[in-house]
Design a protein around this ligand. Structure first.
Ligand code: GLN
Length: 484
């Protein structure tokens, strides 16, 4: 048995029976990181010493019997979540040496459950991108084909799970950043409902759109991690005080009678034929399992990309105003004046995509353009949301591809931002509406992964998990290992 290949629930069973220790598991994972990471560049920081201390603590807990399903389990955290005492860079030069004095709530909750933090993962700078090529440090490679991108912006997290450099990871999703890389790497990624998981300590990119969520090897693990991180947080007033159900109760292999809608707009023009066929096969499988399937339409979804690229950059331009070299992060020192220092700090501290977004957002929010762009985008956002609400009166869930293509070549879309933005056409509308979405492995085209996206109404993560679990039980896509 290769310890690094275990899922959370498999590892937990062995830990509980004392057949393995967390120190053994952690050592196996550290060895794996040592062998593999130079091939895929998924990680920015490996916290090996901290991990060994936490693993020893976890083993103590197993002796006293006070454990949770996550005690002693190795985890990787996306590098935009604050980790006390551990560098948190957002893959930006701006925060290259930033060490937060506190933990993000999601990280703190995992810590209270006894996880072992292995390190921090590479990402597109501040979450802006779909390929992890916008990292200020290095691009991450897809383990299924190392000439291809792993998706983004949580590319490092998805790759670390797919390559068994961790047992699970946390990602964040503003427009697809958990689901799209999960699809590209053949792992499970869940974006919770807006307000389900605290954003406290998540470095802000577009605050009205983003959520933290699990990236795991299977659906059971996604439920276990969601159990741990969901819930109201007084440090984030956008979290909702709904009770957190035990999501593992939804893991029943039965979709009989569930009504599934297939929104035709998500089978977009230019979509790869292999992806389309793979998703159609997966839908037939769900039909065989007893769900009813019917085509439906979400006509306003076609505006989601335009709406997103007004709202997200607008929020980013405000959120990123804090990086001026005064309070924290990179600071340009050899300037002539205070203004010159701020200008140069931002000029040298931010990468090109981040600057593009700040300019877009500043423009959309400026007097004279605000009504035409930002306000209009907000109105269309309401329409998109209402359309989802109406659709969910008729359907329990919607099924779509996660991305219109398989993973593309490194460098292929870097010169053409519009092409890069289109990688998220199927995932962006979900953040606009605030609803939850999960991506599960659905097969391969010429050895490259395809992800299926399942959507449900707000706070219906249980429906997503049930459908995803039932589907997973009939396939073995999630058990296949990349050729590294
Ligand atoms: N790719 C999208 C963007 O660049 C979404 C990224 C994300 O979800 N963080 O904005």
């Amino acid at each position: 048995m290769n310890l690094h290949e275990l899922t959370i629930h498999e590892a937990h069973d062995l830990l509980k029976k004392r057949e393995i220790s967390s120190v053994e598991l952690t050592t196996a994972i550290l060895d794996r990181i040592g062998q593999i990471d130079e091939k895929v560049d998924a990680l920015l920081t490996v916290t090996d010493e901290l991990a060994m201390v936490q693993a020893q603590k976890a083993d103590e807990l197993f002796k006293t019997g006070e454990v949770t399903p996550l005690t002693g389990i190795p985890a990787i955290i996306k590098d935009n979540m604050c980790t006390r005492g551990t560098r948190t860079t957002c893959s930006s030069k701006m925060l290259e040496n930033f060490v937060p004095p506190y933990n993000a709530t999601a990280v703190e909750k995992l810590k209270l459950q006894g996880i072992v933090m292995m390190g921090k993962s590479n990402m597109d700078e501040f979450g802006m991108g779909s390929s992890t090529e916008n990292s200020a440090f290095y691009p991450t490679r897809n383990p299924w084909d190392r000439d291809r991108v792993p998706g983004g912006s949580s590319g490092g997290s998805a790759v670390s799970v797919a390559s068994d450099e961790t047992i699970f990871a946390l990602g964040s999703d503003t427009g697809g950043s958990i689901r799209q890389p999960s699809g590209f790497c053949s792992v499970v990624g869940l974006k919770p409902t807006y307000g389900r998981v605290s954003r406290f300590g998540l470095v802000a990119f577009a605050s009205s759109l983003e959520q933290i969520g699990p990236i795991t090897k299977d659906v059971t693990d996604a439920a276990l991690v969601l159990n741990a991180i969901a819930g109201h947080d007084e440090k984030d007033s956008t979290t909702v005080p709904h009770p957190v159900p035990d999501y593992t109760q939804s893991l029943i292999p039965d979709v009989k009678g569930l009504r599934l809608g297939i929104p035709r707009e998500y089978f977009v023009e230019g979509m790869e034929e292999g992806v389309k066929q793979t998703i159609e096969t997966a839908i037939s499988k769900l039909e065989e399992l007893g769900a009813t399937v019917e085509e439906t339409s979400l006509p306003s979804s076609k505006y989601a990309l335009s709406v997103y690229y007004i709202i997200a950059p607008s929020e980013a331009s405000a959120n990123l105003a804090r990086y001026n070299g005064v309070k924290y992060g990179f600071s340009f020192q050899e300037a002539d004046s205070m203004w010159d220092a701020m200008e140069k700090t931002r000029q040298y501290g931010f990468g090109p995509e981040v600057k593009r977004r700040i300019m877009l957002g500043t423009y959309a929010l400026s007097a004279g353009y605000y009504d035409a762009y930002y306000l209009k985008a907000q109105k269309v956002r309401t329409l998109i949301r209402q359309e989802f609400d109406q659709t969910f009166e008729k359907f329990d869930a919607l099924i779509t591809p996660t991305s219109p293509t398989v993973p593309f070549k490194i460098g292929e879309k870097m010169e053409d931002p519009m092409q890069m933005y289109l990688a998220d056409v199927c995932t962006l509308p979900i953040n606009i509406a605030g609803i939850p979405g999960i991506c599960v492995p659905a097969g391969f085209v010429d050895g490259l992964p395809v992800g299926m996206q399942i959507l449900a109404k707000s706070f219906a993560e249980e429906t997503l998990l049930r459908i995803a679990y039932a589907y997973e039980q009939t396939t073995d896509w999630h058990k296949q290992n990349p050729p590294i």
